[in-house]
Design a protein around this ligand. Sequence first.
Ligand code: PLP
Length: 386
Amino acid sequence: MVSSLMEAYGRKRSCIRELFEFGRTLDPDLVMDFSLGNPSVRPPQAVLDALSELGKKDVHGYTVAPGSMEVRKAVCRHLNSIGKAHYEPSGIIMTCGAAAALCICMKALAIDSSTQFLAQAPYFAEYECFARGCGARFAAAEADLESFQINFPALEALIGPSTQALVLNSPNNPSGAILSESTLRRLAQLLERRSAELGHRIYIISDEPYREIVYDGASMPHIADWYDSTIVCYSYSKSFSLPGDRIGYIAVSDSVDDKDSLMASLAGSARAMGYVCAPSLLQAMVARCADVKPDISSYRENRDLLLGSLEAMGYECVMPSGAFYLFIKSPYSSAKAFSDEAKKHGLLVVPSDDFGCKGFLRISYCVDRKVIERSLPVFEKLLKQD
Ligand code: PLP
């Protein structure tokens, strides 16, 4: 016998993966694949140099479970230089990307089957699977379609005695929105008030793989600077264009007042799931490159071309301030119907249903510019076809 929940997750691939795999069967010169967030730019040269030099050295053994002291110090130095929250190496656990970091956090906070994790729609589609995989429940506040910030009445209505954490993602996949300082101030007040009323702390799990992918000098407030009980989940998948190499971390600042027991639970959760010792070579690279800044100019150019062209055609688009996704309103009554029609032309865009928000399409524009250029006549044709 097998777990029916796991079997169901194994059998039903995400809609994004399905589209991506379909794209693999088409002629690479003809397909216009905007399905997956697979960065199109090369990793920064300093990262490639570090990997090739360090790979020849003695860096292939196990490190201590949370990661070498050297890399945890480098991560703290970096975090302490970009925000107000203060980090020590004892608050860092290196992980296999953000997915492992999120699962470790949820498992550490999942007390029993009534535990509830919350998110704000639109959200990264895997959150539900991660929460339910830890034996917990998952619910999301309906999207605020005006601002793509937080829908406070909907969120407050969901918070109850079993709420352990709110998972947030800014800059957001799929909307590209950045949570503003005023949103975070209001959120901190809400969570502090509800934590006091419920008699237990509600954490924020801040999922930050797009932290550096921010356009036009937009301000990018750090959630941990606004709410003490924040657990940061970070990944180098997007900023360093290394999604296949699986490296990221969990960071808990000194302001989290149960830091000691939280860190022990996170270590226990990582251990129970077999997630100890993130890839050693990648840890050594991060120890050297933690401050390297990604070059996001080609993503910005792609965003401007796509946004300008689609708006000129008459598409309604959410203005992305960060990440590399464009969220557009479906011109057809069903986003799935638009995606299916687009697929017939080799244009792969993701309907938004799995992000907890119907009626939109996500276009992942971390692609070669030529793919965008080729896609524009198809977008135009699809609009006229409705
Ligand atoms: N969180 C968000 C919002 C993402 O977009 C992704 C990947 O696309 C992940 C987490 C998973 O990241 P990783 O590849 O580092 O596991």
